[in-house]
Design a binder for this molecule. Structure first.
Ligand code: ADP
Length: 630
């Protein structure tokens, strides 16, 4: 029932996920409770940023003499802690949406990672920003009074809740815009009314906040307790590892430990401070266009926007950070950003720094680089397609799995070329869905026999980037599943065998082509098989089977390209078939065997046979024959 003593009062229920999170906050989490303060301060700071940004286009919302700031008041007797800001504030509808629903990134990610194990979950809280609701770890009830800036005619809003199932919302009075949150502390949490306690928490978690945070001193005079100089504007030596990490997690939405940090200031023709983080885990929305976090743009310390996509190219979209420019105009709009020469220069320079840092990591810290590659390799490789200018640097940084390494081993193109066999002329690769499939492919047989390394290209994007790479140090990339295999000197023996076999198998080959008709382009004697009877290869300039599969998965129409069936003259099956053919060119059993030969070649490379029923019928009938011979 709504409290009718309050004007325009409404009782509303929290949404399901919000309830779930609140329940956890109240009943299950016992450690890291202190983080509620950093969450409230960080919300206040965001609200101040938003107001300052709005004032750039509408100066009426922020009179010149107002200092944007955060105030904290402690009342030991009442056991309350009050935090107020003169930021953007919220309208009634905004309060309902923002604080009754749970579309918040931090909380969402938190719920996704939750294990159900209380101890583990309460540890998670330390790492995640879990937002406003974390206040219920320490509060028995909370009162929030807020007034939206720029809407003086709208009444202020009061939101109250014990955090159980519902909240009350009503009209109220408030002087000036902004938000004031009163936390009624639980009996056992009264330590949060201790001045020293709050000061040390601000030092620990919120020292980088760019707005002053005021707290009364012993005499009741308000004093600023944080450093206020934005973290990114300080020298590297002034920032502790903990501060970097706090900033990364709170201000940039990171939920891991950053893998690497870049921080500096450019001076000279252009001036800007920048701080970038390479995460150690990829976020769930890396492939979503609407992802929220990226590089924030500030101009002369004024927050302009989150996730400024013009500052980093798409293939580095996992980077998080801040750029604060002295040269851009404060009223810069999204449209202006797109062809802005200053932004372009900053982006170029940042890309150079990031690639430099990655190179350093690749050379000096292989384990971390492996981690990086595992998380972001598929995205990073897009750069080969889009960042032609940095192609050489990117080529130094790309890594592949290969036939020479174990599952986790990675090889660079340089390493590949350096350890290539002496007479080898090309860089060989195989594409496919995953390592398990490609490493068993019959196409690799001759390469294994001769210890020639083959790169395993198993990310969907790899099919597209091989063309972009084209060659490395003069060595062309060549698919082991496509075209005629020419190993040069290394394949001399196979070529001789082929030559001899060609005339011997000429008739059988014709018969095979005859039986299979349009299902294949032609039959030829292989130089790449050792143990398997046959395999399929794409014609020199046509699309490979894996590429076809990918294109179909993307909903593209692809004409079925005919492939070449390569047969192995050394294999007993082919030898027997040839003998049967010579004995009776019309031998009716040949037809079934040939069809099975094709189906097996398809299965071996992870494809579907064209008629599974017919395939299974043929295999059964062979098995019946074989088993009755006992
Ligand atoms: P997050 O900060 O990750 O968005 P929160 O749960 O902390 O999630 O906050 C939810 C939303 O409530 C914020 O995004 C913001 O829109 C609003 N909000 C919270 N605190 C304030 C505040 N002090 N001033 C204005 N809006 C606020």
């Amino acid at each position: 029932m709504a409290d009718t003593t309050k004007p325009n009062a409404q009782n509303l229920e929290f949404q399901t996920e919000a309830k779930q999170l609140l329940h956890l906050m109240i009943h299950a989490l016992y450690s890291h409770k202190e983080v509620f303060l950093r969450e409230l301060i960080s919300n206040a700071s965001d609200a101040l940023d938003k107001l300052r940004f709005q004032s750039l286009t509408d100066s009426s919302v922020l009179p010149a003499d107002i200092e944007l700031s955060i105030h904290i008041k402690l009342d030991k007797n009442a056991k309350t802690l009050t935090i107020s800001d003169n930021g953007i504030g919220m309208s009634r509808q905004e309060v309902i949406e923002n604080i009754g629903t749970i579309a918040r990134s931090g909380s969402k990610a938190f719920l996704e990672k939750m294990t159900g194990d209380q101890k583990a979950d309460s540890n998670l809280i330390g790492q995640f920003g879990v937002g406003f609701y974390s206040v219920f770890m320490v509060a028995q009830s909370v009162k929030l009074i807020t007034k939206r800036a720029g809407c003086p005619e709208e009444p202020a809003v009061m939101w109250e809740s014990k955090g159980e199932n519902e909240f009350t919302i009503s009209d109220t009075e408030k002087e000036g815009h902004g938000t004031e949150i009163t936390v009624y502390l639980k009996e056992e949490e009264s330590a949060y009314t201790e001045d020293w306690q709050i000061r040390s928490l601000i030092k620990k978690y919120s020292d980088f906040i760019a707005f002053p945070i005021y707290l009364p001193d012993e005499k009741g005079h308000e004093e600023v307790v944080n450093q206020t100089k934005p973290l990114w504007r300080r020298a590297q030596s002034e920032v502790t590892p903990q501060q970097y990490e706090e900033f990364y997690q709170q201000a940039l939405g990171g939920f891991d430990k950053p893998l690497s940090i870049l921080h500096s200031r450019a001076e000279g023709v252009m001036e800007y401070s920048w701080m970038l983080f390479i995460p150690s885990t990829s976020p769930f929305d890396l492939f979503s266009f609407e992802r929220k976090h990226g590089v924030k743009l500030y101009v002369k310390r004024v927050f302009i926007m989150d996730n400024c996509k013009e500052l980093v190219p798409e293939y580095l979209r996992f980077i998080r950070g801040v750029v604060d420019s002295e040269d851009l105009p404060l009223n810069i709009s999204r449209e202006m950003l797109q062809k802005n020469p200053i932004i372009d220069k900053i982006r170029k320079s940042l890309v150079g720094k990031v690639l430099g840092k990655l190179k350093e990591m690749a050379e000096g810290d292989a384990d971390n680089y492996k981690k990086f590659w595992h998380e972001f390799g598929p995205v990073f490789k897009e750069g080969l397609h889009t960042d032609y200018e940095n192609k050489d640097k990117l080529l130094e940084l790309v890594r592949f799995q290969s036939s020479m390494g174990e599952k986790d081993d990675l090889v660079s193109l340089k390493q590949y070329v350096d350890r290539m066999r002496a007479d080898q002329k090309e860089i060989y690769y195989i594409t496919g869905e995953n390592r398990e499939i490609v490493e068993k492919s019959p196409h690799l047989e001759v390469f294994k026999a001769k210890s020639i390394e083959v790169l395993y290209l198993t990310d969907p994007i790899d099919e597209f980037i091989v063309n972009d790479i084209y060659n490395f140090e003069g060595k062309v990339l060549k698919s082991v599943m496509q075209g005629d295999l020419d190993l040069g000197e290394l394949g001399k023996e196979e070529k001789d065998t082929r030559k001899k076999a060609e005339s011997k198998y000429k008739k059988l080959s014709e018969r095979i082509k005859n039986i299979l008709g349009d299902a294949i382009k032609e039959v030829r004697i292989t130089t790449r098989l050792k143990d398997s009877p046959a395999c399929l290869v794409a014609a020199e300039n046509s699309m490979g089977a894996h590429m076809e599969k990918l294109m179909k998965a993307m909903g593209q129409e692809v004409p079925k390209s005919q492939r070449i069936l390569e047969i192995n003259p050394e294999h007993p099956l082919l030898q027997n078939m040839n003998a049967r053919y010579e004995n009776d060119p019309k031998d009716p059993e040949l037809e079934d065997w040939v069809k099975l030969l094709l189906d097996q070649a398809l299965i071996a490379e992870g494809q579907m046979v064209s008629d599974p029923m017919a395939y299974s019928r043929r295999v059964s009938s062979l098995m019946v024959k074989a088993s009755s011979k006992q």
